[in-house]
Design a protein around this ligand. Sequence first.
Ligand code: NAD
Length: 484
Amino acid sequence: MTIDTSLLFIGGEWRTAYSGEYFDVLNPATEEVIARVPDAGPEDMKLAIDAAMAVQDRFANTTATQRSKILLAAANLMYERADDLAEIMTREEGKPFLEAKGEVAYAASFLEWFAEEAKRVYGETIPANTPDKRILVIKRPAGLSLAITPWNFPAAMITRKLGPALAAGCPMIVKPSELTPLTALAIAKIFSEVGLPKGALSVVVGKDPVSLVKVAMDDFHVRKVSFTGSTAVGKLLMKQAADTMKRVSFELGGQAPFIVFQDADLNAAVENAVIAKMRSMGESCVAANRIYVQRPILESFTDRLVAKLSALRIGNGMEDGVQVGPLIEPAAVEKVERHVADAAEKGAKIILGGSRGIEVGYFYQPTVLTNVTDSMLITQEETFGPVAAIIPFDTEEEVVERANHTHHGLAAYYFTRDIGRVFRLSEKLQFGILGANDGLPSTAQAPFGGIKESGLGREGGHHGIDEYLDVKYISLGGILSENT
Ligand code: NAD
């Protein structure tokens, strides 16, 4: 698959940025410039809005079957071109090739899922309060939608929004992260080949997200914004959305506890801890950030985890056998270093890793810390790196309280064979996604999303499409009169 990375996809056309400027995209494994992409600005965003408005009504009136076919065709092209897409992703984001390929399949699964959900946007009839009336509920597209996406899942965070938006009949403008514009342009290329009406998708790539996003946030025509990224930026966008009362969905930061009880299947708990910690080098919103282990199994769990993590091969994700790639940028490595140094200063022991390991590229070795306490930065902030912080606990009540002691509420994991405890924790843990004996709960069928400062709204599942639909009702009077 070849994409011309020197052009933007706006209103169904490939064009240069209004400014004529470009910016560099780096490979975090080599620190080399791998592409120069157009630097879109406010004028380009405005063009995307105008193109979407021009097609909005026509697109809203296409049939669900037509939209479903477009989404399925795009999903199929993603599967067919998985190797190419994965290579683009590995080169700009760093995750190992096989993991990137897994993300392509995960991303395509949202298009497939919503291709089916498009056909199930059902209405309702509701018994009225007088004999001569009937109440009918219908759902209509919410209108032009803006997707603002992060770099850590450069494909899936786009399709998790684009799938339901197009399924519902909403045009969408995608503003991807400036760190991973190439995957976004590759997705645009796929949609340019499957018969999507011009203007129903624009991908606006620019290095200054603030001015670019502001144009869309200030524009009344944009009726919906779906953002995945940090809680800090989510709060800013929520304030900006207030002026034109846009609908919002926010998928924000996490601070996931991973709790292992002494009655757990220890092998399964360790295997899943590796997945929940190391997927995307720990740069995942649902990454296990605080690993609570019940004291009687502390040593055996720690030994097994160290054995697994020390066997992982770190390096350039395009090399065979590499399981851990670089972090996204120098600031990400510095944050991990800050968390590890703070923990060590406050009494944590570094029993594996604890340094960058490779000189060129933004690498950090898989690291295990023990003697971690709740007063350390690593238990209070999202680390977003390959550091497993192990924290002992004694009782269920204690660990639930400690796990909930955060403003975040995205994912929590717990490992136990006690079915009563599974239910108790499901109810008591204040998180939107609960991995009960499961370190990888994300899937297109399920309503992904957080509570508290981890977000609003849900993506995926049959719930995901509701975020792009307005509910209207018709109160039909005069039913009993033949003259009406
Ligand atoms: P970020 O908030 O810095 O950026 C996300 C997007 O917002 C990017 O497209 C960026 O260009 C844009 N942006 C940044 N500042 C902006 C501003 N002032 N105004 C408008 N737009 C702005 O986040 P990131 O570093 O790209 O991603 C990492 C964060 O995303 C982590 O906190 C992670 O937990 C979160 N995340 C959440 C989920 C989820 O589903 N809950 C999934 C993936 C990532």
